[in-house]
Design a protein. Structure first.
Length: 156
């Protein structure tokens, strides 16, 4: 299976697709996630240990970690770049959203705007993910499309 086939399968199965990388020699002790995860390695390597059995995945290989499965992660000396899929069976909580952001290397910033706030069209040189906790937000894009969000996760 190649990257495009992997991403297509993720979407068919209801996973959200995330491109990410982890730093060399990073270790994450035994933990679990509240989502099903699938990972396709693009470069470098990562070792996933489940039930005291380590398994190393390299470029072109993929693995699956079901929700609530205890596992540890150890990134190889060159780091790892990957495409992953996440699928939650329940509603996304604020805590889970923030944990996801931190795991992906995002800074978590809490904020809000006054009713009727508007900004001129502008661009960011970074990715933005927003969780609407109350009210709504409308995001307009250069192509004229809009995304209106109320109390759910928006990714752009």
């Amino acid at each position: 299976m190649d990257r495009l086939e992997f991403e297509a399968e993720l979407r068919r199965e209801g996973y959200s697709v995330v491109n990410a990388s982890l730093t060399p020699n990073m270790r994450v002790g035994n933990h679990s996630h509240d989502f099903d995860a699938k990972l396709f390695v693009l470069g470098g390597e990562i070792t996933i240990t489940r039930d005291n059995k380590p398994e190393t995945f390299r470029a072109g290989q993929y693995c699956e970690v079901p929700a609530n499965t205890m596992h540890a992660e150890h990134v190889g000396p060159e780091g790892v770049a990957y495409v992953s899929g996440r699928r939650r069976n329940g509603r996304l909580t604020r805590e889970a959203f923030e944990n996801d952001l931190r795991r992906e290397g995002f800074e978590v910033v809490h904020g809000g705007q006054q009713p009727g706030f508007a900004e001129d069209m502008h661009a960011h040189d970074y990715d933005v993910r927003i969780m609407v906790l109350g009210g709504e937000i409308t995001v307009c894009r250069n192509d004229g499309s809009e995304t209106r969000c109320r109390l759910h996760r928006w990714q752009g």
